[in-house]
Design a binder for this molecule. Structure first.
Ligand code: ZN
Length: 209
């Protein structure tokens, strides 16, 4: 459910926390910028977080209420639209004013994969507006906690984007141009005459990072 905010407050952005700091099993510290992290890095981080923080409500909620075509329809029916903007540092933002003013703003000029990855990152936030809020709309979160929420949103978004049915549905419902660049997007749009192919000539594989 979209929650109305005062004015057009920007309360999610996908670079609100630039870095995640954590120790892995080998006890050395490194940094992961979640939105640029490779899929293996991100997946390992989320697995590790699940072990360290099994009590987080988001784990069960992700399972019990996954992103579906119906949940995407619900956002569209509430008036959510997708627009593009230069955006500077950010690749995506959510603007929520009155419900009918809800916007996902995607940075102009993103590569096809980055555009869809960013769209689904923001959809993951909107699908779990409280549990995956990393701004200050629902209380204070430490930098570490914000980063963890961002990483979970990124993981959830990438997982949903890799589902051809969800990808096709979201692109059509938000009236974006279908683009083919990996196996999931090929499966989603191979029969769509409007789809732009961005193939390098190589066989398609699943693009997860
Ligand atoms: Zn985010």
């Amino acid at each position: 459910m979209l929650m109305p905010q005062e004015g057009n407050e920007i309360f999610f952005s996908n670079k609100s926390c630039s870095f995640i700091t954590f120790k892995n099993y080998f006890l050395f510290t490194f940094f992961m910028e979640y939105d640029n992290a490779s899929w293996p890095e991100l997946d390992a981080f989320i697995s590790d977080l699940g072990i360290k923080k099994p009590y987080l409500r988001i784990w069960k909620t992700m399972e019990s209420t996954p992103i579906t075509t119906a949940s995407i329809d619900a956002l569209v029916n509430q008036g959510l639209v997708v627009v593009t903007h230069p955006l500077g540092l950010f690749s995506g933002k959510i603007l929520l004013g009155k419900l009918e003013d809800g916007k996902i703003v995607l940075k102009q000029g993103l590569s096809p994969y980055e555009r869809d990855k960013t769209l689904f990152h923001e959809l993951a936030h909107l699908h779990h507006p409280v549990l995956l809020c990393s701004g200050d709309s629902y209380g204070y979160f430490s930098e570490k906690e914000q980063a963890q929420r961002e990483a979970i949103a990124e993981w959830l978004g990438r997982t949903a984007r890799a589902n051809p049915e969800l990808l096709r549905h979201a692109i059509h419902r938000f009236e974006l141009k279908p683009q083919i660049y990996d196996l999931a997007s090929y499966s989603a749009f191979k029969d769509d005459s409007r789809a732009a192919s961005c193939s390098s000539g190589e066989p398609y594989s699943l693009f997860m990072d």
